[in-house]
Design a protein around this ligand. Structure first.
Ligand code: 13P
Ligand code: SF4
Length: 304
């Protein structure tokens, strides 16, 4: 541990704080986190916080907002408030309302990668770990699903219900970087490696991969697999955690440049300042949080 990391551990104790971090955080932040996970695991963890006075969330805006929705009386801090997921901004609440008017009979399933105002319009949320399960849990045969069109396509392949992507084109700039050649090239050059990709990758990329998994799904799959070699088609720091927890396996990124710049805005210095100055406080207006909470809780009921 370096000096800043030791300081952070001490501050956590003094302030009765915990750090929740997403799997895409850099190694030095992963090492000081109390809990590391995918979006669903982080939601579940956020719904179970009891004793901490402060929660420092090292992830992007929608993740910290979801934690705030679930914990209206707790202080949820984000070390850099600029850490925004561009995909979450592609489906404003107004757009959701517009589609609801067009398809009044459809259920509204929103990816957790949405802002609180949009979540307030949803019947239920989902993550990449439980999207099919969530859609299958509904009575309705028609589902409005957004904002990720690739996850919508993945769900459509696994359900008989009609999945309507909203907006038509919603995507993640990091997972858009992967193309079919990345998979075919790696397939030829790393003959015995298993290729895992995230469902935010294009459908053509998903079709060429061995497994399509959430980041938590990738953790479980690599740990349980008898295979030794893996190529990981998602944000590069997923490989950081996979390597640390599976030292006997050979794990490489499918694409070195697949970096989520937004996730990398958090640094040890900012985490330390966040703990000392109790900033930046993430506040979701009460009325919106109250409206959005039922969609989050309904997802948790389906998933636990
Ligand atoms: P996971 O829920 O699989 O961790 O994905 C979150 C995300 O933002 C993917 O880009
Ligand atoms: Fe958003 Fe993509 Fe970054 Fe995930 S990897 S937080 S979807 S921009």
């Amino acid at each position: 541990m370096n000096y800043d990391q030791k300081e952070i551990l001490k501050l956590k104790k003094d302030k009765n704080a915990i750090i929740l971090a997403h799997n895409y955080q850099p190694a030095e932040i992963q090492e000081v986190a109390d809990f590391l996970g995918d979006s669903l695991e982080l939601c579940i963890k956020a719904s179970q916080i009891e004793n901490a006075d402060l929660v420092v969330f090292c992830g992007v805006d929608f993740m910290a907002e979801t934690a705030a929705i679930l914990n209206p009386s707790k202080k949820i801090l984000i070390p850099d408030p600029q850490a925004e997921c561009p995909m979450a901004h592609m489906l404003p609440a107004e757009e959701v309302r517009k589609f609801k008017e067009m398809y009044p009979q459809a259920a509204v399933v929103l990816y957790v990668n949405t802002l609180a105002e949009a979540k307030a319009e949803a019947d239920i949320l989902c993550t990449s770990a439980n999207a099919v399960q969530v859609v299958e849990s509904l009575e309705e045969d028609q589902v409005l699903f957004g904002p990720d069109m690739n996850l919508a396509g993945y769900v459509q392949k696994h359900t008989d219900k009609e999945v309507i992507p909203i907006p038509e084109v919603g995507y993640c700039y990091v997972h858009k970087m992967f193309n079919q050649e990345d998979v075919t090239f790696s397939r030829k050059n790393y003959l015995d490696a298993e290729i895992l990709v995230h469902p935010e990758c294009d459908i053509e990329v998903q079709e060429l991969a061995d497994q399509v998994l959430s980041t938590g799904g990738m953790m479980r799959h690599v740990a349980e697999s008898s295979k030794k070699n893996f190529l990981i088609g998602t944000e590069v720091d997923m490989v950081t955690r996979l390597r640390r927890e599976n030292p006997d396996k050979l794990i490489y990124p499918l694409l070195d440049k697949a970096i989520c710049e937004d996730m990398k805005l958090h640094t040890l210095k900012k985490v330390k300042e966040s703990l000392i100055e109790e900033k930046f406080l993430l506040k979701v207006p009460e009325e919106i949080a109250d409206q959005a909470r039922s969609a989050v809780e309904r997802m948790l009921e389906v998933s636990q």
